[in-house]
Design a protein around this ligand. Structure first.
Ligand code: SF4
Length: 417
């Protein structure tokens, strides 16, 4: 989006009060995000009263509630969704031709300085996220994403490889594959295996991380690539959302406790592989027995990383029609109960890591502090290892020995190779 705006001669204003176009990029995935979005638009509407400017709302909220925004927020001049980010500059120009006449003097030199400034301002990181598909056909009853992103669409292999190479030439050593439903890529596991293989052949790529693998047979069948291809991170990210079969059916999801145990047992055959999953608690109709099943799962499978969410109903989803029969207090209690159980499990996991040596990458260098990440941890979300040695640079690959840990993160020593 930023590049498209720059290409049309727009640059970043120092504050909303000084902007000609005030763009608000929105989210509406959960209730709190929607509330924050509305509050932000209302504050922007106040700014607009003080200055002649156009208020533009983009992203998920714009896509989800176009009529309501037009009716209830007349200060908003224009709306467009996530699918049009790359065209943002053209959209603004065609909708506000008069305003663009005034911007016409912005010349190529200024634009190129802007680009340079943006690149130097951006924190240098040794990883990049590359999208392989958009949309989702699964239809989980609690999820608004299919309404927002539409049907599943593959991104062409050429575009994916181009994005991977662009990221590598900008300094990425690690590529994280993202989508709403990665195992659906190419609609066959063989096709997905083929693109994974082709990505790992790209010169300069050290590590490929597969994110968002739906916990079904396709993911089960994909596990062999983790064994076969040393460039794939030993990391299985598969959001199960619950373990009780009754709840999963009510969520319109597949799986059950036995299948998940089988899946994770198979995944653990990959040396030192770690698991990230997520669970929603307090979904309509969830009973104490269902929560006990979750606790049993945590105890038995011991996922290294576990994201826990209290269910929040989303208007426009099937689950919204089921009501919301569990109080917020009870949902929070259930989340805390499972979190406590997981923290106990995590303590044991951390202890077993002490003295072990893992392949790792330098993520950040801040003066004397160096932040290293094991291949078992995804960027921006998982644990890090703090090391105090000097003279390492971002993107260096090596090994880290774990010496101690706090609740989530670790301390250790890094050895470059
Ligand atoms: S698979 Fe994921 S994105 Fe697709 S509907 Fe289910 S929760 Fe939403």
């Amino acid at each position: 989006m930023h590049e498209s705006l720059l290409a049309q001669g727009l640059s970043v204003a120092s504050s909303p009060e000084k902007s000609d176009f005030h763009l608000i990029n929105t989210c509406t995935f959960i209730e709190s995000a929607t509330k924050e979005t509305i509050d932000t638009i209302l504050s922007a509407a106040k700014v607009k009263k003080k200055r002649k400017q156009k208020l533009v709302v983009v992203g998920c909220f714009a896509e989800r509630y176009p009529t309501a925004i037009q009716t209830d927020l007349p200060e908003v001049d224009l709306l467009f969704g996530t699918g049009k980010y790359a065209l943002a500059g053209d959209i603004l120009k065609s909708n506000f031709p008069n305003e663009f006449q005034e911007i016409g003097e912005m010349n190529a030199e200024i634009i190129s300085r802007e680009k340079q400034f943006r690149n130097s301002d951006k924190k240098k990181v040794p990883y990049a996220f590359v999208k392989v598909s958009d949309g989702c056909n699964r239809g989980c009853h609690f999820c608004i994403i299919p309404n927002l992103r539409g049907e599943f669409k593959d991104i062409s292999e050429d575009k994916i490889i181009l994005d991977v190479n662009k990221a590598i030439s900008s300094g990425a050593k690690e590529i994280c594959i993202v989508s709403q439903d990665t195992v659906f890529y190419g609609k066959s596991t063989d096709k997905l295996k083929e693109i994974i293989h082709n990505i790992t052949l790209q010169p300069g790529l050290e590590l490929l991380r597969l994110l968002y693998l739906y916990p079904d047979k396709k993911t089960f069948n994909l596990l062999s690539v983790f064994q076969e291809n040393p460039k794939i991170a030993p990391y299985l990210e598969t959001p199960i959302q619950h373990v009780s079969e009754k709840m999963l059916k009510k969520m319109n999801r597949t799986g059950n406790l036995n299948f998940f145990k089988e899946l994770f047992q198979k995944a653990r055959e990959v040396q030192d592989l770690e698991i990230r999953t997520s669970i929603i608690l307090g979904y309509p109709g969830e009973t104490a027995d269902d929560v006990d099943e979750v606790l049993q799962f945590v105890e038995d499978v011991k996922p290294e990383k576990l994201a826990l969410f209290a269910y929040s109903p989303q208007e426009g989803t099937k689950a919204f029609e089921f009501g919301d029969d569990i109080s917020s207090k009870e949902k929070a209690r259930r989340v805390n109960l499972v979190r406590e159980a997981h923290l106990n499990v995590l303590k044991g996991i951390h202890q077993s890591r002490i003295g072990k040596i893992y392949p790792a990458i330098v993520d950040e260098v801040n003066g004397d502090e160096v932040i290293v990440r094991r291949f078992q941890d995804a960027p921006e979300i998982d644990e890090i290892v703090r090391v105090t040695q000097k003279n390492f640079s971002v993107g260096q690959i090596g090994k880290v020995r774990i010496d101690s840990f706090t609740e989530y993160d670790m301390d250790g020593e890094f050895f470059s190779v």
